[in-house]
Design a protein around this ligand. Structure first.
Ligand code: SF4
Length: 219
């Protein structure tokens, strides 16, 4: 007897549920990759993630910002920062005029650890490489849309994506291969060059971000 997939009530099959199942499997593999890379550096994944977060932030970040970006509690972030400081991979200083606030910055030794960890790519990088070019591009844009939603509902801090950058001009050009413009470098670029974490990013004001997003997603 033929039983269709839709007749298996014990197995929820909404597309939303199945996508989350898929993301969960990918998250499992990413955690495994992170453990391998961190272990090779003599760190744990949270410590390595803190170094990666601070790598391109010359002015450092406060403990609260670090915790929010990593999705961990402030006490947990504080413990990891203390461990990294003992290893000489981070340094702490006062943040601006508020002498009680602590600013955390990566040291040259910390940068060296990041560079060594980067040399070993894991299975997730291989699985992305296995996608066709157009599939990579579609996935990148889908991720940007999901991340943007998570930002909007305050689930994560604003990321340094083109979609929130004051230099971003989506679909400013008629060239289908390079429709966007970055006013920071004054150059056209394509969908697959859209940034998730750009060092030159400067957050646009909310009205600019909303207008930019409208153009981007309708493009
Ligand atoms: S500065 Fe970076 S984030 Fe901003 S538009 Fe250019 S590439 Fe995108």
């Amino acid at each position: 007897m033929y039983i269709s997939l839709m007749e298996t009530p014990k197995s929820p099959s909404t597309v939303n549920h199945r996508i989350r199942e898929g993301l969960s499997r990918i998250a499992t593999a990413m955690r495994s990759d992170d453990w391998d890379r961190a272990k090779a550096s003599g760190l744990n994944p949270t410590q390595l993630a803190i170094l990666e977060l601070l790598e391109s932030r010359q002015n450092g970040l406060g403990v609260r910002e670090i915790a929010a970006n990593l999705g961990v509690s402030q006490p947990s972030a504080t413990d990891s920062i203390a461990a990294l400081e003992r290893k000489g991979l981070l340094s702490k200083g006062s943040a601006g005029t508020d002498r009680r606030a602590v600013n955390v910055a990566i040291t040259p030794e910390g940068i060296s650890v990041i560079e060594a960890a980067r040399s070993s790519e894991g299975v997730i990088a291989q699985s992305v490489d296995a996608l066709a070019g157009h599939e990579q591009e579609d996935l990148l844009i889908t991720l940007v849309k999901m991340i943007r939603h998570l930002q909007d509902v305050d689930a994560i801090p604003i990321q340094r994506m083109c979609a929130t950058c004051r230099y971003f001009a989506p679909f400013a050009h008629s060239d289908a291969a390079k429709p966007h413009h970055c006013h920071f470098v004054d150059a056209a670029f394509g969908q697959r060059d859209i940034r998730i974490d750009c060092r030159e990013h400067e957050t646009a004001d909310p009205s600019f971000r909303a207008a930019t997003w409208d153009v981007f997603q309708q493009g």
